[in-house]
Design a protein around this ligand. Sequence first.
Ligand SMILES: Cc1ncc(C[n+]2csc(CCOP(=O)(O)OP(=O)(O)O)c2C)c(N)n1
Ligand code: SF4
Length: 469
Amino acid sequence: MVKHAKPKTFYDTFERRGAGEKNTTYCPGCGHGNAHKLIAEVIDELGIQDRVIFCSPVGCSVFAYYYFDTGNVQCSHGRAPAVATGLARARDNAVVISYQGDGDLAGIGMGAIMHAANRGEHMAVFFINNAIYGMTGGQMAPTTLVGQKTTTTPFGRTPGREGYPIHMCELINELQAPVYIERVSLGDAARIMRAKRAVKQALLNQVHKKGFSFVEILSPCPINWKMTPIEARKWLIETMEPLFPVKVFRNIEEPSVKYEPPKLLSDEELVALFSATKEIEIPVSPREVEDQYIKIAGFGGQGVMSAGVFLANCAIKEGFNATWLPSYGPEMRGGTANASVIISNNQIGTPLVSSPNVLIAMNAPSLDTFENTVVPGGLVIVNSSLVPRKLRREDVQTIYAPVTEIAKDVGLIAAASVVALTLYACISGAVQIETIKKVIPLSLKKKALVDINLKAVEAAVEYYQKNIE
Ligand SMILES: Cc1ncc(C[n+]2csc(CCOP(=O)(O)OP(=O)(O)O)c2C)c(N)n1
Ligand code: SF4
């Protein structure tokens, strides 16, 4: 009988690149290795490998996806509980793990964890508390002990300067929703076995859809504590445990709030929810166009966001793939805002547009911000009604058009973005004027608005024929 084998949940080989490719990513004596092993063993024992989705943090365990042969999502710093929330809500059968260090969970991610706990999200959180920022070389963490020396508290943490350590189990225990909260330690073999029971309880809670489970694991970081692995385990037991008591804070057998599986919407319900229209039928073979990376920028309230959605809808109506990504400035109305739209015959990998080949600059700050991002040979449409200056570069095609005035002349300044889009369509040929005219009535509810926007299209076409063509 094999007693000590690598859990099935771990990959057979740990692929690493570059120096140290034959080692794990962890230093000798690090607790992350123990914690990983415990979690992997429990996943094996519960037979849930195919159901687990592991949210890897920022911190030393960022490379958990090199080890766990499960679903894996690498999350930005502190945001694993938010990502885990989405996963748990979208997949009924998933067992979701949020694995986080103390800098990650109790520092930058404090808000995310508290709200996930408060909502009672269905996830098992394993909180690796090593009282220090490991990966970045030993800075003070929220859990650093009073008196503990770190690179940012070289004379020891003092409450007067750096405040007191944060006790996460105690904080989360103030909330109503969590079903299970326990602090364990990796100080010695007996404690590691106790930790394994806690890991199992947290994962079983997910299997039985009991709710939010939080296991804090006191874990050594010998390298940053400047100790040998043996000294580190001793310090963990003798110094850390008295300040972070190892105990069960809460273990609710029968949660009062019952699990509600994710509600999947039918096509009809989705259409109704987004007030979308089913009238847009997607043709099978669109024309070939050069990929369009479009930035529409102006001030909030100028309609650049809606213009972006509208343009993407026109492209989709013609059978192209299209994406739309809004970017708001710090203020909404009156601030700066821009929408990125991509139109392509091919699949689109990312909706980000950092080097547009089309810029529609509706006001002066937008031209200042994006002029230099346009690729050479790109198209820049400038709303000369509001932008007093000319472009500083000569390697792009530039069209100056009094977009706001054209819109004003037809009776609606807010139609300026439709004027700009129509000019873009005329110049580039990427979408057809007929499509714009068909999509306007689908996008606007009021007949009066439809009419005036259709007039804006006519006016823009006329302007194009007289001044640009
Ligand atoms: C947004 C952001 N801010 C800062 C960092 C730098 N950073 C990487 S790891 C880390 C600290 C991680 O410490 P902890 O969560 O305690 O994990 P450990 O490495 O100790 O396991 C920081 C601040 C980053 N990657 N991203
Ligand atoms: S720095 Fe600390 S937490 Fe990171 S791998 Fe090394 S011992 Fe572990």
